[in-house]
Ligand binder design. Structure first.
Ligand code: FES
Length: 121
């Protein structure tokens, strides 16, 4: 599932974006945001995570991957990434995916994105 980003606001110079509602993401599922480059919010073991959506092995969406135990497995060539650190845990991927700060407030998930990431807001 991909959803549009709905709101932005600044806090201490950081660019926080409302990504989705907590209920939009089931456990061991993912929601890709309509940003450039794309990022994905994952939920696993009751926690939320946000990482770049594109696998570092080839250009493939990690939002399509298998999610379990705070890991995502790319469905194209089965590289696994730690959702907490972005580190690759199995080949063929060798480079980490970028991890983004996330917080949950009042039933919404907010993510902090670098200034060069764009969204339709
Ligand atoms: S594209 Fe993800 S493992 Fe190859």
């Amino acid at each position: 599932m991909e959803i549009d980003v709905q709101m932005t606001f600044a806090e201490s110079g950081a660019r926080w974006i409302r990504a989705c509602a907590v209920d939009d993401v089931e456990d061991d599922e993912a929601v890709r945001l309509g940003t450039q480059p794309p990022v994905t919010v994952f939920r696993s073991e009751g926690e939320f995570f946000c990482i770049d959506d594109t696998c570092t092995h080839e250009t493939y969406s990690l939002s399509e991957g298998w999610v379990e135990n705070c890991l995502v497995e790319c469905t194209l060539h089965m590289a696994k990434f730690d959702l907490r650190t972005g580190r690759p845990l199995s080949p063929p991927a060798r480079s980490p995916v970028r991890v983004h700060q996330l917080r949950v407030e009042d039933g919404s998930v907010f993510v902090q994105l670098p200034n060069d990431y764009t969204c339709d807001d």
